[in-house]
Write a protein that binds this ligand. Structure first.
Ligand SMILES: *Cc1c(COP(=O)(O)O)cnc(C)c1O
Length: 390
């Protein structure tokens, strides 16, 4: 069976009623026939049938053996970091998601876990930085917001030799396009909030593993600390995941169109999108993923700080908002929005200045998206022509 078919037929119909849609088991506790004798569920922090159905789907999507669903992407991040102990080291991609950066640098470093950030788009940098204390290598590929691509296979061979775990935050690619476990990663992490749920209506996170023992350790941490996905949100995540293939393919096609338009625009200084031949790691991206998603970032030629801020005020179809991966297109200025929690120096070193704009492409018609960006860019260049004396 092909992935699309398997995805839709992974979850059995409800054995009790035949319901085709997974029931929302809105219950905290479950009746026991005798102390400790139950139907596989005793308390919803530990296990809930709706969440379990979503977890099965998530594992299936990523080609893993176990999925674990969390109350947010960052709750999933937090659970992985709790695998570590004082004295352990992490090597992480340099332009890591802002929230993960904050957890690493304001909470886990206080507990004696150190992080080295390297440019993982060159695997040689990982090889150079890895030590016997390195327990975890943390990748995002592509990264947020500059869409850097790292070679998962090459880095997996480094972590395997060093006895460290490799985690890939696969939020941007989605399992439709890239399945890191098959490329050698040990853990895959998702902000379910983004492509998997896909409709900007739920916050959730997930981890998928291929090793049962590692799955047990993560499950233990979740049950011991409590950040579970609720039954309603699990149902929304299932509903979204069932159309992930269709959405991701259309979004990727739209994004390719928009990226090519931006690349040819005279007011645009540079475009980051792995689907462009001009992307420095386009060939690596093609070797490990079958589509390139909906996130594009670009620098305006006009590098005055107001230019990007002005642009995002002029778009009509692109809503000014944080987040990504939904059905409607969004736009933001990472430097003062999503990445504001990253220190200025680190931000600028990663190219995240205030002329960088990030867009998340949705399911609108590609022509409408291109027209909207064209009019917004025209308005920005006009307003600057007026303001700047010749
Ligand atoms: C959004 C996001 C997260 C955090 O997920 P939340 O659901 O917002 O907690 C982690 N990693 C990446 C790459 C993200 O885009």
């Amino acid at each position: 069976m092909r992935t699309e078919t398997r995805l839709l037929h992974t979850l059995p119909h409800d054995p009790l009623t035949g319901a085709v849609s997974v029931p929302i088991h809105q219950t905290s506790t479950f009746e026991q026939e005798a102390p400790g004798v139950n139907k596989g569920f005793d308390y919803s922090r530990t296990n809930n049938p709706t969440r379990q159905a979503f977890e099965q789907l998530l594992a299936e999507l990523e080609g893993g053996i176990r999925g674990i669903a969390f109350s947010s992407g960052l709750a999933a991040v937090d659970a992985v970091l709790k695998l570590l102990s004082t004295g352990d080291e992490i090597i992480a991609v340099d332009d890591i998601y802002g929230g993960t950066y904050r957890a690493l640098h304001t909470i886990y470093n206080r507990l004696g876990i150190t992080v080295k950030h390297v440019d993982t788009s060159d695997p040689g940098n990982v090889l150079e930085a890895i030590t016997p204390k390195t327990k975890l290598v943390w990748l995002e590929t592509p990264t947020n917001p500059t869409l850097k691509v790292s070679d998962i296979r090459a880095i997996a061979s480094i972590t395997q030799a060093a006895g460290a775990l490799l985690l890939v935050d696969n939020t941007f690619c989605s399992p439709v396009a890239q399945q890191p476990l098959k490329l050698g990663a040990d853990l895959v992490l998702h902000s379910i909030t983004k492509y998997i749920a896909g409709h900007s209506d739920v916050i959730g996170g997930g981890i998928v593993v291929k090793d049962p023992e590692l799955g047990e350790r993560i499950k233990y941490i979740q049950n011991a600390t409590g950040a579970v996905l609720g039954p309603q949100d699990s149902w929304l995540a299932i509903r979204g995941a069932q159309t992930l293939h269709l959405r991701y393919e259309r979004i990727s096609a739209n994004a390719q169109r928009v990226a090519e338009f931006l690349l040819g625009h005279p007011d645009v200084a540079g475009v980051n999108y792995p689907g462009l031949r001009a992307h420095p790691n386009h060939l690596v991206a093609r070797s490990q993923s079958s589509a390139f998603g909906g996130v594009i970032s670009f620098w305006l030629k006009d590098d005055r700080e107001e230019a990007a801020v002005e642009l995002v005020k002029q778009t009509r179809l692109f809503t000014l908002a944080e987040s990504l991966g939904g059905v409607k297109s969004l736009v933001c200025v990472p430097g003062c929005m999503t990445h504001a929690s990253v220190p200025r120096e680190a931000r600028l070193a990663a190219g995240i200045n205030l002329s960088l704009v990030r867009i998340s492409i949705g399911l609108e018609h590609a022509d409408d998206l291109v027209e909207d960006l064209a009019q917004a860019l025209a308005q920005v260049s006009e307003s600057f022509t007026v303001q700047v004396p010749a």
